[in-house]
Design a protein around this ligand. Sequence first.
Ligand SMILES: *[C@@H]1O[C@H](CO)[C@@H](O)[C@H](O)[C@H]1NC(C)=O
Ligand SMILES: *[C@@H]1O[C@H](CO)[C@@H](O)[C@H](O)[C@H]1NC(C)=O
Ligand SMILES: *[C@@H]1O[C@H](CO)[C@@H](O)[C@H](O)[C@H]1NC(C)=O
Ligand SMILES: *[C@@H]1O[C@H](CO)[C@@H](O)[C@H](O)[C@H]1NC(C)=O
Ligand SMILES: *[C@@H]1O[C@H](CO)[C@@H](O)[C@H](O)[C@H]1NC(C)=O
Length: 392
Amino acid sequence: MKFPTKPKQAVSLLLIFMLVLPHASATILSPVVHAQKNCDFPAIFNLGDSNSDTGGYAACFDPPTSPYGDTYFHMPARRFSDGRLMIDFIAETFGLPFLHAYLDSLGTNFSRGINFATAASTIRLPDRIIPNGGFSPFYLDLQYSQFVQFKSRSQLIRERGGLFASLMPKEEYFPKALYTFDIGQNDLGEGFFANLTIEEVNASVPDIVNKFSANIKNIYRLGARSFWIHNTGPIGCLPYILTAFSSAEKDSVGCLKPHNEVAQYFNLKLKEAVTQLRNEFPSAAFTYVDIYSVKYSLFAEPQKHGFELPLVTCCGYGGQYNFSTEVICGGTITVNGTKIFVGSCERPSVRVVWDGIHYTEAANKFVFDQISTGSFSDPPIPLKRACHRTSN
Ligand SMILES: *[C@@H]1O[C@H](CO)[C@@H](O)[C@H](O)[C@H]1NC(C)=O
Ligand SMILES: *[C@@H]1O[C@H](CO)[C@@H](O)[C@H](O)[C@H]1NC(C)=O
Ligand SMILES: *[C@@H]1O[C@H](CO)[C@@H](O)[C@H](O)[C@H]1NC(C)=O
Ligand SMILES: *[C@@H]1O[C@H](CO)[C@@H](O)[C@H](O)[C@H]1NC(C)=O
Ligand SMILES: *[C@@H]1O[C@H](CO)[C@@H](O)[C@H](O)[C@H]1NC(C)=O
């Protein structure tokens, strides 16, 4: 048969080819697509600060009081929000129970994971720890050593059997688990509140990130293989920073530009560090998750996402941002002889900032919905596939 020479025939052949080709390539790619199964994480191990603390701080210090927890738990739930945190939504995604805190000695069940995060935790050893300052003693190195202890002692407890054995994870869960991280915000905050200049805080970022990396490497060496690492949010949009540094330059949204620039530099270095970890340890999956961009979009375009008054604290008191260091959410303040209870705003479901430092459940849910798709991950891996190294 002769090859068609008439233009019309050539065009139709080309059309057929074009219609067939995508099909053909889909067939070629499909084995790879099928290789990308959802991961079967039997447990979650979390390290971090208040963004993911489900009871560590409350086990050691003053627990948050009502209206904390009101929206979802209908009571204070040892979390710094009106409801669930991102780590809670992550656990729900995999049908796992909410994580209990390692430091909580009452009624805890660690069979499907454990949480080492405490509010006010830093990556580096902080200068001033509670009560002689605002930071948690459980900085990242200590959270890591708690994990080391937990890993070995939980297995001793399982071997002994009896009442406590069933509350501990199986040994095989350690390499198969998802390891999640959200820490760094308080390292920047510590620098700002120690009255360091922006340049000085900025200059401390590489060391902070190196110390983060060192801990991740140690956890890898203990057998962890799936890492889900959140970057740090736009700290310069939070009322506790806006109030303390009110004379700093603002961006068009009303957030503090220099403070957010330091957060961005932290994220740049963190992303580089995660890339390096990925190269160094090819048998593990390291996913870097850009929380910053999603949180910032809540401040920049609140209406678009169904939110309002993004810079104003829902549960706070006083000033432009409804925030004061003199009284926090759940406390009382006496003004002109009258006692005022600092409670929730009317609609926390449309608000971004809960108590001036932490986000509402609605904001946490919004951020979670965005990041779980993989659109904000590097590589672009959805949460459910975070055991894989690449997106295809
Ligand atoms: C501990 O948690 C696991 C997983 O959610 C559950 O199956 C088990 O019943 C719990 N154990 C106790 C004693 O509550
Ligand atoms: C930082 O400066 C403010 C205002 O000058 C001061 O009140 C505060 O005590 C200083 N903080 C520290 C940690 O030096
Ligand atoms: C932080 O340091 C980096 C690297 O030197 C620099 O590129 C960046 O502009 C600095 N940012 C601020 C806010 O000082
Ligand atoms: C307290 O009293 C002062 C003086 O009378 C008044 O200006 C102020 O608005 C009062 N504050 C509140 C919260 O009522
Ligand atoms: C500010 O906080 C108070 C609680 O002290 C709350 O009732 C009020 O609704 C908040 N204001 C705004 C605008 O959210």
